[in-house]
Each structure stands twice: as structure tokens, then as C-alpha cells.
Design a binder for this molecule. Sequence first.
Ligand SMILES: Nc1ncnc2c1ncn2[C@@H]1O[C@H](COP(=O)(O)OP(=O)(O)OP(=O)(O)O)[C@@H](O)[C@H]1O
Ligand SMILES: [Mg+2]
Length: 238
Amino acid sequence: MLLDVKKLNTYYGESHVLQDMSVAVKDGEIVALLGRNGMGKTTTLKSIIGLAKPKSGTVLFQGKDITGFAPYKVARTGIGYVPEDRRIFPNLSVLDNLKMGIKHGKEFQTGGQNQWTFERIFKHFPYMKARTNQRGALLSGGEQQMLAIARTLMGNPDLLLVDEPTEGLAPVLVEEVRDMLEEINKAGVSILLVEHNLKVALSLANRVYLMGKAHLGFTGTVEELKAQPEIRVKYLEV
Ligand SMILES: Nc1ncnc2c1ncn2[C@@H]1O[C@H](COP(=O)(O)OP(=O)(O)OP(=O)(O)O)[C@@H](O)[C@H]1O
Ligand SMILES: [Mg+2]
């Protein structure tokens, strides 16, 4: 198991936002984490990467216990995080935004197939090359999203956590972001994806987790979910 999250309990003040939340990602998988607004999907990602501190439970990554590690330490173990708000630097060029994603230190120089360089980014995603000198502020929402993902790749993650990458994007850009994630996965990076767009999520994922309020409601393959429409009604449709 690449990522094995077991029985996390996370609070915001008195509010018990994650109740025994578990999720796992195998090497090479795309796993989708779905559920209605406010169920705790973002909090699950934040509890993995150290932005939220679980009171109990464990986060194992490549067999190592990283529970409660600070975000920079989690990044060093090989987990990349693309937050919902993208955080592109508006006054920096596309190239300089990408440079901000480079992580220094030997633990980031994998030397293996997951080593990302500008050349490799441009080869996989040519539209990025065409915009190297453009300022972040001048990119469309979809281009900013793709840049945010590419910037995280520059840190050579083995696992990418992506929060709502297609939110607010026009349909054609939704497709482009979807295709980008598929390509990244084919290039050897596993992905834990939080996504509201069910069509996108189910077209990418090997397995899905559906969150009910604060806890796990359903887990299975995409085929299993498709065979049980009542589950979709219970956890997804409003
Ligand atoms: N920083 C915070 N302080 C207090 N409560 C918070 C905080 N962040 C989130 N919450 C609450 O925790 C619960 C879970 O929030 P979370 O953002 O994890 O849900 P989500 O599933 O990602 O929802 P969405 O689909 O809207 O992004 C919600 O009730 C939310 O209001
Ligand atoms: Mg969220």
C-alpha cells in the first residue's frame, strides 16, 4: 500500500470533523474521494499533509508512519498537494511559478522515472511551454489549475493529492485538466483526487471512497459504484 490512512479523528475546536476516517491508495492507482459539501474531504487531505492535526489515527506512507508531520516534512516523503485555491504567484511568469515547485535536497532527487524537469513538463504539457514568459495573473482559471499541478510535479511526488481541480472551469478546460491527471498517472504518479464532477472522477478512478458526514460511507471500485445507484443517491445527489 502506498498510502494507508487509518481511523483519523480530526477536530476544528469542538467540531468532530473526521470520525474514524480511513482511505488507502495503492501504488499506481487513482483514487477518488467524493461526497457532498462539508463532509470532510478537504480536511482528510489536510490531515494527511499536516495542515490539520488528527487527534488519533495513523497515516502510513510507503510503510512509514508520518502522522502529525509538518507539511514540509510530508512533502519530503514524496507527497505533493494541490490545494483548491491553486495559489499561483500572479506576478511571476509560468516558468518562475514552476521553479517555485522545485524542492532542494537529495530526498527530492529520485533519479527514477518520477524525476520531473522543465523539459519533461513541456514534453507532456506543450501548452505550458507556449506560455513560459506569461505572468500567472494573465492565465485563465484552467491554465492556472494546470500550472498549479505542474508546479507540484516539480517536487517529484510519488503521490499527488488534488482538491477539486475542475471546480469553476469551463467544460473544455475540465476535459484538459482531466486529461492532464490521466497523463500524470500514466507517467507513474499515484493520485488521490477530491472531485465534485462525478463524470470526471469516475472516468479516472480505479476505486472510489464516498464520505458521509465526517466518516466513510462507501468504498469500492467504479464498477461496484455504478452497479449500485442507491449508493449514489445516498452520498452524492442533493
Ligand atoms: N478551518 C476550519 N475551522 C472550522 N471548521 C472548519 C474549518 N474548515 C472546515 N470546517 C468545517 O469542517 C467540515 C468539513 O469541511 P471540509 O472543508 O473538509 O469539507 P469538504 O468535504 O471538503 O467540503 P466542500 O465540498 O465544500 O469542499 C465542514 O462542516 C466545515 O464547515
Ligand atoms: Mg473541500
